[in-house]
Each structure stands twice: as structure tokens, then as C-alpha cells.
Design a protein around this ligand. Structure first.
Ligand code: IDP
Ligand code: MG
Length: 152
């Protein structure tokens, strides 16, 4: 069912340190997406390398891993129709210099290597990332607001 699409969103260490957790959650929540899982965790280097394994050949891979392990992150699963693609739009372009104002990266950061938030880029990668970050599964709760957000 389209409404049950899920994505993995992570507030990176700079987003946590800069006090942006509440604002970021607010944007997804007010849109109508449902928060299905959330935890604060500081991950090991090997875990960050696994999360970003697709980028292991990039020149910035080492500094990216350093950045992700530099402090606690907030890992979340958000659910809703089109949440993967819409989540990426809410987040904005990878390089904040190219992110539109009104997007999270467009509003709150400047450098690509300090871009405060991660969002899965496809339904398949979302499934992989959720399995990595939430191996014990997630709570399948249903919001009482469901029928105020979806016709069906
Ligand atoms: P995304 O986060 O928008 O999906 P990816 O290409 O998957 O972008 O890159 C993952 C992360 O790696 C980015 O969010 C950013 O933190 C970092 N990154 C991407 N490109 C560069 C770069 O050219 N220099 C430094 N860091 C980069
Ligand atoms: Mg990516």
C-alpha cells in the first residue's frame, strides 16, 4: 500500500549539536508523515562505513565517516505516501549551496560536508538502511489522524 512507504531519516551530529532536532521533526510531522521509529545513538566507524558503503570509493569517504561518528545522531523512520521522494524534497539538494530556501538544508546549513541531515534516496535503499539502523523492527502504530490526511 502506497501510504505505508517508509524512509530512513538521520539528523547528523551537526544538526543535533546545533539544536535543530525539534525543527526537523516538526517539518515532517506537520506535512502529515508519521514517525514510526526514533533513537539517539553515536555509531562506530564500521557502522558508519556500512551505512555509506555505496560511497566508499569517493575521495571524501574518510572525512564523511569522521563526521558521522563525531557525535550522536538521531535516527528515524518516517512513513507516508511518497515519503522517500518528498522527504528528499523537504531536505533539499546534497550541497546546501544548491538547496532552495524553504528546504532544511537550504535554511540551516552552508557546506556539503556539514549538511545536517540524511534521507534515503530510493525505496530500496530505505529498506536497507532501516534494517541496518533498526534491526529489531519498528512499532506498527496507526495515527488517529490517518483519515484526516488520507482519503483512503
Ligand atoms: P545525500 O546525502 O544528499 O544523499 P550523497 O551523495 O549520498 O548525498 O552523499 C552522502 C553525504 O556525503 C552527503 O550528505 C554529504 O554529507 C557528503 N558529501 C557528498 N558529497 C560530498 C563532497 O563533495 N564533499 C564532502 N562531503 C560530501
Ligand atoms: Mg545519499
Amino acid at each position: 500500500m502506497a501510504n505505508s512507504e517508509v524512509t530512513f531519516i538521520m539528523i547528523k551530529p551537526d544538526g543535533v549539536q546545533r539544536g535543530l532536532i525539534g525543527d526537523i521533526i516538526c517539518r515532517f510531522e506537520k506535512k502529515g508523515f508519521f514517525l514510526k521509529a526514533m533513537k539517539m545513538v553515536q555509531v562506530e566507524r564500521s557502522f558508519a562505513e556500512k551505512h555509506y558503503s555505496d560511497l566508499s570509493t569517493k575521495s571524501f569517504f574518510g572525512s564523511l565517516v569522521e563526521y558521522i561518528v563525531s557525535g550522536p545522531v538521531v535516527a528515524m523512520v518516517w512513513q507516508g505516501k511518497g515519503v522517500v521522494a518528498t522527504g528528499r524534497k523537504i531536505i533539499g539538494a546534497t550541497n546546501p549551496a544548491a538547496s532552495e530556501p524553504g528546504t532544511i538544508r537550504g535554511d540551516y546549513c552552508i557546506e556539503v560536508s556539514r549538511n545536517i541531515i540524511h534521507g534515503s534516496d530510493a525505496v530500496e535503499s530505505a529498506q536497507k538502511e532501516i534494517a541496518l539502523w533498526f534491526p529489531d523492527g519498528i512499532i506498527d502504530w496507526r495515527s488517529a489522524n490517518h483519515s484526516w490526511i488520507y482519503e483512503n
